[in-house]
Design a protein around this ligand. Structure first.
Ligand code: NAD
Length: 335
């Protein structure tokens, strides 16, 4: 039986990935190792918690003893566990170095010790830095991370590459554009704007709102990771993106329209420090080599997603209480 360790599986993409895999491969076993930080939420996995092929281990990927035990029985590792919010990395970079780089290195050591079949590092297009109005990130674009978050992800990517080159560890790295979809923590653009709009609160938008991100539905990210895990050529990097470039302001206006709320809720706030202007992914390699094709268009995916948050306001309320609320008040009271 194939056994996969998914780290960070209680977060947004990891929880979607676990459900995707259990659904597609009923004979695979999945172990979810997650520290349950402020954004790790086991409720994201409620519908599969009784599945006999799924198990959860609460723990930190920096915990060498625990990681050793967990990795000793698995065939594959898919590493999602990370601090993932750029704004938080500007406030407090150190935890990003610890979780994202040291945590990855601890996993790599165990992966090497137990000679696992593949280590897949889930990375981001943000490691490439920022684009001007033209061009796309390819797998050979130099890494030019601009935020402490993206720098920590780039550091982890290089460490994964180094274990591949130095120790022949079978690795892949995926670099995906911005994800949207169900179960995203409401500090990120789309769920934050939906949540504020529903409460008739101001919608804070950085700078002129014209920063461009290349949006992909989380389901399509999961299907790409699945393909790379099974068919990706050892040692290779694969970019993942759906050619859906949108300005932040376009997304916010679309959300307001769908929720029938006025644009007067929009409030432009002081720009994020070091704010990257544009990301856009060239996904030719994964499309041509592995035959990946996204299922969602942005137009259908975003409407479905807005309605998911509308139908799951209980989930949103619970997630927003506590630590996140304090952080939100602190960040946005300064602007
Ligand atoms: P998330 O913040 O929703 O989830 C991260 C999960 O990791 C949480 O469950 C958290 O508890 C866990 N975690 C954090 N530090 C840990 C540690 N030290 N040990 C164990 N668990 C820990 O993030 P997400 O949006 O689901 O992103 C998942 C991964 O995908 C990240 O590596 C991120 O860099 C990458 N990624 C995200 C996007 C995006 O748009 N969200 C795009 C490309 C790549």
């Amino acid at each position: 039986m194939t056994k996969i360790l998914v780290t960070g599986g209680a977060g947004f993409i990891g929880s979607n990935f676990i459900k995707y895999m259990l659904d597609k491969y009923p004979d695979y076993e999945i172990v979810n190792l997650d520290a349950l930080t402020y954004c790790g939420n086991l409720e994201n996995l409620e519908d599969i918690e009784d599945n006999p092929n799924y198990s959860f281990v609460k723990g930190n990927i920096m915990d060498e003893g625990l990681v050793d035990v967990v990795v000793s029985s698995v065939d594959y590792i898919v590493n999602f566990a990370a601090e993932s919010h750029v704004d938080r990395s500007i406030e407090d970079p150190q935890i990003f170095i610890k979780s994202n780089i040291i945590g990855t290195q601890v996993l790599l050591d165990a992966a090497y010790k137990y000679q696992i079949k593949k280590f897949l590092q889930v990375s981001t297009d943000e490691v490439y830095g920022s684009l001007g109005p033209e061009g796309y990130f390819t797998e050979t674009t130099p890494l030019q991370a601009n935020s402490p978050y993206s720098a920590s992800k780039a550091g982890a990517d290089l460490m994964v590459r180094a274990y591949g080159e130095t120790f022949d560890l079978p690795i892949n790295i995926t670099r995906c554009s911005n994800n949207y979809g169900p179960y995203q923590f409401p500090e990120k653009l789309i769920p934050l704007m939906i949540s504020n709009a529903l409460e008739d609160k101001e919608l804070p938008i950085y700078g002129d709102g014209k920063n461009i991100r290349d949006w992909l539905h989380v389901y399509d990210h999961c299907s790409a990771i699945d393909l790379v895990l099974h068919k990706g050529k050892i040692g290779e990097v694969y970019n993942i993106g759906g050619h859906n470039e949108k300005q932040n302001i376009e997304i916010v206006k679309l959300i307001l329209k769908e929720l029938d709320k006025p644009e007067s809720l929009i409030k432009f706030v002081k720009d994020r420090l070091g704010h990257d202007r544009r990301y856009a992914i060239d996904s030719t390699k994964i499309t041509e080599e592995l035959g990946w094709k996204p299922k969602y268009t942005f137009e259908t995916g975003i409407v479905e997603t807005i309605h998911w948050y509308l139908d799951n306001q209980d989930w949103m309320e619970k997630v927003k209480s506590g630590e996140y609320q304090e952080y939100y008040e602190k960040m946005y009271s300064k602007k």
